[in-house]
Design a protein around this ligand. Sequence first.
Ligand code: ADP
Length: 258
Amino acid sequence: GLQERVENIENGDELSQLASLFNELMDQLEVSFRQQKQFVDDASHELRTPITILEGHLNLLDRWGKRDRAILEESLEASLQEVRRLKGLVQGLLALSRAESSTLTNHIEQIRIEPFLTKTLRRMEDLYPEFTFRMKGEGTGKMVRINPLHLEQMLFIVIENAVKYSGDHKEIDIRSYEEKNRVRISIQDHGIGIPTAEIQHVFDRFYRVDRARSREIGGTGLGLAIAKNLIQHYQGEIALTSVEDEGTRVILSFPAVS
Ligand code: ADP
């Protein structure tokens, strides 16, 4: 690391070595500042759209809403929808910020994956009674070291996506298994899928395939970015494969407790 290199600087040539270290450090800082700025720009842009729509409807309400019942109802409904969207964005931004911070691997427990999945699926069945959640295979008997709230959060993000983008096929298949000393959890839907060229972007924050359609479905484009950030704190990986109009499979993997 940098510290080590500062300590190892040899006599005689300190100044030029320090100068080059300093330059390197400034380059790193600049990259980090640029990324911060990009993030603030992106977040502001995402927040501005619903605020502008909200402002438009409030203006309509102010001018016509007191007399015109149809405008009153339509603009109120639309305003509520935009406020919900804003709330979702702010919650997502908070979750992303927490997921990026490194102080979050407190409260780690050894969790047996199979019963944890069963419990999570029961809650999903309550939330989405029109869906069938199928547990496939025998399941792994292995355990994983993780904060249970984070495992739950990741599973919710991925399963809710499977629900949201399911189209008419309301079955979701879940499986857990071991492979090369890792525990894998596979969540597969049979929904609208993702065009091949777009798959590489879905983990970017705010990225949404087909923005117009996505806006109807609801969502912020933050879910997978949050999941990816969270899982990295546990030497985990998240991978996604998809075929348009056939479905999507997401695999979460973690080191198995030996
Ligand atoms: P969002 O809140 O938009 O769902 P995500 O970060 O969770 O945000 O996902 C990013 C985008 O990836 C989504 O907008 C959607 O276009 C696509 N996507 C994610 N999961 C699926 C899935 N299971 N099937 C089809 N598309 C998906």
